[in-house]
Structures are given as structure tokens and as C-alpha cells.
Design a protein around this ligand. Structure first.
Ligand code: PMP
Length: 425
């Protein structure tokens, strides 16, 4: 089948894409913020809300068993998807943010002392900055930043020298939600492990675009959200190595995470429940199974090849069209080998995510005009204010593509940005 037909078939699974916005067919290019959901996910959410709605792990009746089966089945799917050794390594949370907060609070409480150091990468989302700042403030620790270079790549060459005996953890972004560059996380892990320092990877964007094998990567923690990978909102995953998860204190206390409780003292449930206090979003979590099945289906076989080809085409087109067709555009995050926004055919380590500004145009104004033309993009600080500061801007326009987006949509996007620019100049 032709690439175009394969992508069209994928689109049919997404009712959200068939909508009109402001009288125009919706072109949804805010996938880095949240992806749309395929029918299989919507159907499971509906079925569970309507019928299989019983609290998990708690009851001796069939409906609860069914809900628990779906919930634990999805945990197993996550385990397979990232090749974790065991279900105990897969902790359900409410999102990437919650996963990183859990590690920042619990790991730092266990392993850090006053004067210790946390290394984070300069391309971090606020979710990989603020939780570490909170922990550092509590403990009296310091934060060190691994910088980026001119095109937006991490200065991996500087990492080894930054890692002295005070550094107790490295928290690195897999793919920045602003720059769209795949960071060499395997290398980061290797360098940190040479110093016996564990590594957390913020995989909010990485899990969507890269095949993640946590054992091969050898990261100590990997955090991601379900809603960016075709799943439900309010669900996230923390993968952690057993040796750390077993030693770390619980993050939250409550039902389900306990062994025995007296008024004086509590023993904790074994992993993974030790970190899963309270009634979880078991319906949203269960939907990770069809969500990850879908994610796998667009990576494998003929469909996978077609999706890859389509994404490469989109990346090449956008990296050429942004500077050449629109003009006076600055693109943030360029593929390997590129140092300016000039056109190039190399896609390198770039994913189909494009943050840019047009000289003389306010990013918010451009986005509002695009919305009138049916196009959904994100503008603003992208929850990465320190990174935008270092890029010397206070706002960017970001268009982020998913496997269901087409080259025709990219072309329409460029046409519409051109029109918006004309209106604003
Ligand atoms: N890290 C990165 C790189 C992200 O892109 C995001 C979401 N924009 C997050 C963390 C936070 O994810 P969530 O809001 O789902 O917790």
C-alpha cells in the first residue's frame, strides 16, 4: 500500500481528526502537548466507565476482578513495551510530572545530604526542574545544569567533568518538547554510571518517538505520560530499578500501599503498590494497553515503514519550507550537522516537532490567526522558561506532528503561516 493510504487509514481511527474548527477541517499540530486517542482507546474507556467500574485490588467480586485484570494487564503491556524486567518496576502515577516528583522527593530524601548536587539538562521542561529545586531546597543541595550548544544539542562533552563525588543523580531529557532533538541518553547513562551516579530520563516526548528499551538504555528511572502516547490523561508511568525503588521511602501514604497499619506504625506493601497510594485512575491506566498496542502498530512492519517515511518527508519539508517559503524564520532545534535555519535535507536526530519565530510577528498573534484557519498549534513558554531564556526569546510557535498527520497538512500549515505573516506585517 502507498504511504499516503496507510496514513489515511491511521487517521480513520481518530474521530477527533474529522472535526471542523472555525469552519475549517481541523489540522491538529499540538501532539507534543497531548495526542489524540484512537478508537480502541476510546472504546475501552467507554466500556470501563459504563460497565467495568469497580475499584481495583480490593474486592472479592467479579466486576472488581475484571477491572483489576484490565489494570494489571495494562501494567504488563507497559512492562513489555519498554522491556522492564518485572511488573514491580512499573509504577502507575498521574503523569510524567508526578513520576519525576516522586523520584525527586523520595530518592533525594534517601540518598542526598546537604551540599550534594543534582545535575539536570538545560533543555528541561519545568517538570524536570521544579521538583529537583523543591528537593534541593529541603535538603540544602545544589543544582548544576548541563548546557546545550548552538543548534540545541546537549553538551555531552562537558558531562564527565561535571560529575564529581557530590553529584548524586542526573536527570536528563530524552527529547525536549521545544527543540525536538533526540538526546543521546544511552551515552549520558554510560558516562554517569562510570561515576556510579544513577540517571532519570524524562521520557514524556521520548517514549512517543523512540523505541525505548530500559534495560538496554540502563537508565535507573524513566518517566512518561499516557496522554502523549494515545492514552488517557491523568495517567503516567515511572519505571525504576528495583534496587532503588526498594530502598526509597514511599512518596504518599494511604490505602493500597500498606502491609499492616497500627496507629503507631505502618509496614508497606511490596513494589509496585508501595508507591501507589489511594484509588488509582484505573480506567485511564487500563487504556494504556490499547494505547501502546496502537503505538506499536505504527512502528512495526509495513505500517511502521510508511509512518517513518511520512515523518521523514514532513521533517525535510518543514525544515526547508520554514526558512525558505515563509522567510525571516528562526527555527529552534536543528538536526545534527546544522547550525543555522538554512534549508537542508538532513533529518538527523530531529523528530517532527518545530519551534520557531517569525521576525517581527508576535507568536501568540500567529497562533490565533492559525486557529481561525483550523490549525491548532502551541505558543508561549512551552513550560521551559529557562530554555527559552537561553534561546533569547519569550515565546515560540510550536507545530508538533503525529503519525496521523500528513504532508498535505504540513503544506497547508506553511500556506496558512504565510497568510498569517502577511496579515501581521
Ligand atoms: N517533560 C516533557 C519533555 C514534556 O514535554 C512534558 C509535557 N509537555 C512533561 C515533562 C510533563 O508531562 P505531564 O504534563 O503529562 O506530566
Amino acid at each position: 500500500m502507498e504511504t499516503k493510504n496507510i496514513v489515511e487509514n491511521i487517521r480513520k481511527k481518530f474521530p477527533a481528526l474529522a472535526q471542523q474548527m472555525n469552519g475549517q477541517p481541523l489540522i491538529y499540530l499540538d501532539n507534543a502537548a497531548t495526542s489524540q486517542k484512537p478508537l480502541e482507546v476510546l472504546e475501552l474507556l467507554d466500556k470501563m466507565n459504563a460497565k467495568v467500574n469497580a475499584n481495583v485490588h480490593r474486592a472479592m467480586y467479579q466486576l472488581s476482578d475484571e477491572a483489576t485484570g484490565l489494570y494489571e494487564g495494562a501494567r504488563e503491556r507497559v512492562r513489555q513495551f519498554i522491556n522492564a524486567p518485572d511488573r514491580e518496576n512499573i509504577i502507575y502515577t498521574s503523569g510524567t510530572t508526578a513520576s519525576i516528583n516522586l523520584v525527586a522527593a523520595s530518592f533525594c530524601q534517601k540518598y542526598l545530604m546537604k551540599g550534594d548536587v543534582i545535575v539536570i539538562t538545560a533543555d528541561s521542561h519545568h517538570s524536570n526542574i521544579v521538583p529537583w529545586q523543591l528537593a534541593a531546597e529541603r535538603i540544602g543541595a545544589e543544582i548544576r545544569i548541563l548546557p546545550i550548544d548552538g543548534r540545541g544539542a546537549l553538551r555531552i562533552d562537558m558531562l564527565d567533568k561535571m560529575l564529581d563525588s557530590k553529584v548524586k543523580i542526573v536527570a536528563a531529557t530524552h527529547i525536549s518538547n521545544v527543540l525536538g532533538i533526540v538526546n543521546p541518553v544511552d551515552k549520558i547513562v554510560q558516562i554517569a554510571h562510570n561515576h556510579n551516579i544513577p540517571v532519570l530520563i524524562d521520557g514524556a516526548q521520548g517514549i512517543v518517538h523512540v523505541h525505548v528499551d530500559v534495560q538496554k538504555m540502563d537508565c535507573d528511572f524513566y518517566a512518561f505520560s499516557a496522554h502523549k502516547i494515545y492514552g488517557a490523561t491523568g495517567v503516567g508511568i515511572l519505571y525504576g530499578k528495583s534496587r532503588y525503588l526498594n530502598e526509597m521511602p514511599p512518596y504518599m501514604g494511604g490505602g493500597d500501599m500498606v502491609g499492616t497499619v497500627t496507629y503507631q506504625k505502618t509496614s508497606y506493601a511490596p513494589l509496585p503498590l508501595k508507591f501507589e497510594a489511594g484509588t488509582p485512575n484505573f480506567i485511564g491506566a487500563s487504556a494504556l494497553k490499547p494505547a501502546l498496542d496502537f503505538a506499536a502498530s505504527v512502528r512495526e512492519g509495513e505500517v511502521g515503514e510508511a509512518v517513518k517515511a511520512s515523518e521523514q518527508e514532513i521533517i525535510k519539508y518543514m525544515l526547508n519550507a520554514l526558512p525558505n517559503e515563509i522567510g525571516e524564520v528562526e527555527v529552534y532545534g536543528l538536526p545534527e550537522g546544522k547550525v543555522s535555519s538554512q534549508a537542508s535535507d538532513d533529518t538527523g536526530d530531529k523528530i517532527p516537532l518545530f519551534s520557531f519565530n517569525i521576525k517581527g510577528c508576535n507568536a501568540g498573534d500567529v497562533a490565533q490567526l492559525l486557529d481561525k484557519m483550523g490549525i491548532a498549534v502551541r505558543t508561549g513558554l512551552m513550560c521551559a522558561e529557562p530554555l527559552l531564556n537561553s534561546l533569547g526569546v519569550t515565546s515560540v510557535i510550536r507545530a508538533s506532528f503525529a503519525p496521523y498527520n500528513t504532508l498535505d497538512e504540513a503544506k497547508k500549515f506553511i500556506e496558512c503561516v504565510k497568510r498569517a505573516k502577511k496579515m501581521l506585517m
